[in-house]
Design a protein around this ligand. Structure first.
Ligand code: ADP
Length: 208
């Protein structure tokens, strides 16, 4: 997560002129105090600014004892990803379901023999088929999976916050962590899910 342009400007102003009232910050930005309120509240909540009654805002970022904001920004996918659980396209839906239970995951990645991403099948994709009339012993997972190029992926060097944001936007529980190959395909090297994000969130407190 990053500050937006206006929040960056506010921080600069407070750094230079603090302590400074919200009114004065607004004046410098040619905005009203009311329109700045959400940004000031946010910057205060994350500990970059502190508000003192009758004095105004002052910059507190560098004095923040835990540097929580910085720590959160530093969380990388590579440090929290899990091992991927993969099957190939011809795996039956039945065996897909068994794999999901045995490996204790909610999403299977479908790959070719080079571990390159072809598709993804979630627990509900399989459940939907299982409650219908299809013969799940015969039906290959390739028929029901969500297929490339419609797969949302993550990269190891990415920030965990950006990845979490994508999960929310696309309403998915997780995504494969991939590396681009020379031929432009995506090799699956990991798995990042809401559980990994939750673990990172909890670890932030334990580090304190
Ligand atoms: P579930 O449907 O079991 O709750 P998800 O919310 O993760 O699991 O998946 C919702 C739908 O999105 C499913 O049809 C699944 O195939 C698809 N899906 C899951 N993960 C991804 C992804 N990373 N990229 C694209 N589609 C995905």
């Amino acid at each position: 997560m990053q500050l937006n342009e206006r929040q960056e400007k506010i921080v600069e102003i407070v750094k230079e002129h603090g302590p400074i009232t919200g009114e004065k910050v607004a004046e410098k930005l040619n905005l009203t105090r009311a329109s700045l309120r959400p940004d000031l509240a946010f910057l205060t909540q994350i500990g970059l600014l502190e508000a003192r009654p009758r004095v105004g805002y002052y910059y507190k970022g560098e004095q923040n004892p835990f540097g929580l904001y910085e720590q959160m920004n530093e969380l990388k996918v590579a440090d929290y990803q899990s091992a991927p659980v993969t099957v190939d396209e011809s795996t039956s839906v039945y065996n897909g379901i068994v794999t999901m239970f045995v490996e204790d995951v909610g999403t299977l990645f479908v790959v070719n023999d080079q571990q390159e991403l072809e598709g993804i099948s979630s627990r509900k994709d399989m459940l939907k088929i299982a409650i219908g009339k299809a013969d799940i012993n015969q039906l290959p997972i390739g028929v029901i999976m969500t297929r490339m190029p419609n797969i949302v992926v993550a990269y190891e060097e990415e920030s965990l916050w950006d990845v979490a944001n994508r999960m929310i936007q696309h309403q998915i529980d997780g995504m494969p962590v991939v590396r681009k190959t020379e031929n432009g395909r995506l090799k699956v090297v990991g798995r990042v899910t809401k559980t990994n994000v939750t673990k990172a969130f909890v670890a932030l407190r334990n580090q304190e």
